[in-house]
Design a binder for this molecule. Structure first.
Ligand code: DSN
Length: 418
């Protein structure tokens, strides 16, 4: 069995190197980040509480176990870099995923039985925003905002009306199908009126925010910003909660000892390196991601795909979304793309029923990872052509796969990193 596992790891490594990985919630970390994740920190514990700042503004920790002297400095540096990148008054790096970050925020800001508002899953809400996942675990009762399908965004007037009626304790913005900035400023006033907190789940767009290419929700008035660390932000898998300083204690207690005992030290070490990369290369990286997303959307649209939101320039994020229901089944097209080494996901769209999870209308594409491998607008044209050949022309996937492998071969190095 040992040999089998090693063989499968190696097969995946080599296959992934020959693929165009375009799942919008993934990325490839740099070699430096990967070596931090494989370091001794993966074997260690560092439960603890914050204990003030040193002369350089670095966080001091009060740990419960010995042996953390080097890790303390790493976590402090990671926190400082995060505060700088996101203009955050406080950050907590204890959550081990985006969903756990959301659990921490729920536990800090709401109590069992409270109502929360957010996007439905079909309109882009993450499962953890709903009763079928993390919000349900916390006993929260979720209801959705009305959604403007044409604009692919929250219907602000409708949201104000329903929120005024139902008075949620927590209003969630952000999500997983995320083409355009959300109306944070527009909803802040109503949140104040009903005494609700606003939480922004920026897991998908946090790399764009750190690179100055997407709305910074903390500057626009949210109380809490939750995120994972591995989508457009090119860290290892993990989570974090950023908040205004008035929520520091609540968030920290909710993270530890509330939701977590130990956090994942090796991931925090890898994250610190990714944060340093984003400080140096983030602006150029995020800028190219958005250019690539727009270019890919345009090229797909020109080739006959029904790409959403042409009237708005298709996207302002890393995502491109198309409705493929007129040309086939998204589930089949996504599999055909995979057979041609292009990895994307089928996705529910606002006009789908939740019952269509396995056979939705949409395909969601993220360009953040291929951008990191140095691809630009020209390569987006090539990829759109590959996709057309597979999904519209019905070309043999084996032939397209060879073209994809050739393209990827010329983009084997991870950029925007040390
Ligand atoms: N479900 C993931 C996504 O792809 O958006 C995030 O957890």
């Amino acid at each position: 069995m040992y040999e089998k596992v090693i063989e499968l790891i190696e097969k995946n490594e080599s296959w992934r190197k020959s693929c165009l990985n375009m799942i919008a919630s993934e990325n490839t970390a740099s070699p430096a980040v990967r070596s931090a994740v494989a370091s001794d920190f993966g074997h260690r514990y560092a439960e603890g509480l914050l204990g003030g700042r040193d002369a350089e503004g670095l966080q001091i920790f009060e740990r419960f176990y010995q042996g953390t002297k080097f890790f303390d400095d790493i976590e402090s540096i990671a926190m400082k870099l995060t505060e700088e990148l996101f203009s955050a008054e406080h950050v907590n790096l204890v959550p081990i995923s985006g969903a756990v970050a959301n659990l921490v925020a729920y536990s800090a800001l709401a109590k069992y039985g409270d109502s929360i508002s957010g996007l439905s899953i079909m309109c882009g809400g993450h499962i953890s925003h709903t009763h079928i996942s993390a919000a349900g675990v916390m006993g929260l009762k979720d209801f959705p905002y009305p959604f403007d399908n044409k604009e692919m965004n929250i219907d602000v007037d409708g949201a104000k009306k329903i929120v005024r009626e139902k008075r949620p304790k927590l209003m969630i913005l952000g999500g997983s199908l995320f083409l355009f900035p959300h109306p944070v400023r527009e909803l802040r006033e109503i949140a104040d009126e009903i005494d609700a907190y606003i939480m922004y789940d920026g897991a998908h767009v946090s790399g764009l925010i750190a690179g100055g290419q997407f709305q910074n929700p903390l500057k626009e008035g949210v109380d809490v910003f939750t995120s994972s660390t591995h989508k457009t932000f090119p860290g290892p898998q993990g989570g974090m909660v950023m908040c205004k300083s008035y929520l520091k204690e609540k968030v920290d207690n909710a993270a530890f000892p509330g939701m977590m005992s130990n956090h994942h030290l090796h991931h925090v070490a890898g994250y610190a390196i990714a944060a340093a990369e984003m400080k140096k290369f983030g602006k150029a990286y995020a800028g190219q991601i958005v250019k690539n997303a727009k270019a890919l959307a345009q090229a797909l649209n020109e080739r006959g795909f029904d790409v959403l939101c042409e009237h708005k320039g298709f996207t302002e994020s890393h995502q491109v979304v198309m409705d493929v229901s007129k040309i086939g089944h998204a589930s089949v097209i996504a599999q055909d793309f995979e057979n041609a080494n292009m990895i994307v996901n089928k996705n529910l769209l606002p006009w789908d029923s939740l019952l269509r999870t396995k056979d939705p209308s949409g395909i969601r594409i993220g360009v953040q990872e291929i951008t990191r491998f140095g691809m630009k607008e020209g390569e987006m044209e090539e990829i759109a052509e590959f996709m057309k050949k597979v999904a519209i022309d019905g070309s043999k996937t084996e032939n397209i796969k060879n073209e994809v492998i050739e393209l990827k071969k010329n983009h084997a190095e991870i950029g925007f990193s040390f």
